[in-house]
Design a protein around this ligand. Sequence first.
Ligand code: GLN
Length: 379
Amino acid sequence: MIQSKLPRVGTTIFTVMSGLATETGAINLSQGFPDFPVERDLISLVNQNMEHNYNQYAPMSGTPELRSALAAKYKLLYGRNYDPQTEITITAGGTQAIYTAITALVQPENEVILFAPAYDCYAPAVELSGGRPVYYEMHAPDYAVDWNKVKSLVNRKTRLIIINTPHNPSGTAWTEKDLLALQDITKGSDIIVLSDEVYEHIIFDGMKHQTVALYDDLSSRSIVVGSFGKTFHATGWKVGYAAAPAPIMKEFRKIHQFVTFAVNHPVQRALAEYIQNPDHYNGVAKMYEEKRDRFASAIAGSRFGIRPSNGTYFQLLDYSEITNEKDTDYAVRLTREMGVASIPVSVFYPNGSGDKVLRFCFAKENETLDRAAEILRSI
Ligand code: GLN
């Protein structure tokens, strides 16, 4: 018999719901990925780099060009200096960066504060390192944080606080007030903040992304995780990065070198050139804001309650007027009987949530969104 290291963990909800969508032929608004193409120019750059034979291992920490381009981008957007030599590492997507950071930083018996609904890869990584997840629960409708309550969870055993803004699955985005409160709570401590900012460029209604990199004290104790897949509609390329002060990054790289060693070389070279033009990421928010609005207005008047989405490419819909079923049951029935797949949000809580909300991905062609909305309106 194999003794499981994660006895309570099953298959991730994204694989389960995408699988059910494929099996039933439902419109797949569950797992978050765009159904529209990557820009031609970016594809050409990848092709050129393959033709020019950049097809062998990239440097372990990432190509110098991509790390330098990222450092320049952080300076330009947030006024923060990261040394590309020692403070930035290119990873095989955000998930690998998160796993690597947790593995590098969490020791047995350490406590790690998570904000539920928490993306599903955080807790298993904490547990594999012998750490203990401690949850602060945010709830529908607004998922607001009472920072005094967060503060009461902090003690001598707290090693890491994992945050995520703009937030998946709720679609909320934190403000300056939230980041300042977090900075206050962690000041003078040994706590490190792991900041999952993969939806950095998908933020709406004129809100400004609140990265830990904007704050001197907070950034000195933080590791930021980013993703090119989210920004450039290329989730399948699995290329992301981590940025942190050198002593943290040194430990990160000790793990990174033995988990992936290095990341897709021609894609890194292409991205290094592509991200130097801010137009390539600045337009993304507007494109998604239009999709959010199109989807929401197409559902307006239905029995679904539209929750605010300030960022990410996710929209929460409240179905409490339709049924009393658990979200996990209703998500399956909605896929099988009505042909629209979504993600039940309760799976991101330690003990379920009781909130009657489902998450729908609007990173889809307008025609796909219109078809899905028509079905949802008919319910
Ligand atoms: N981040 C994507 C989502 O939230 C899923 C990625 C994955 O399937 N691992 O839907």
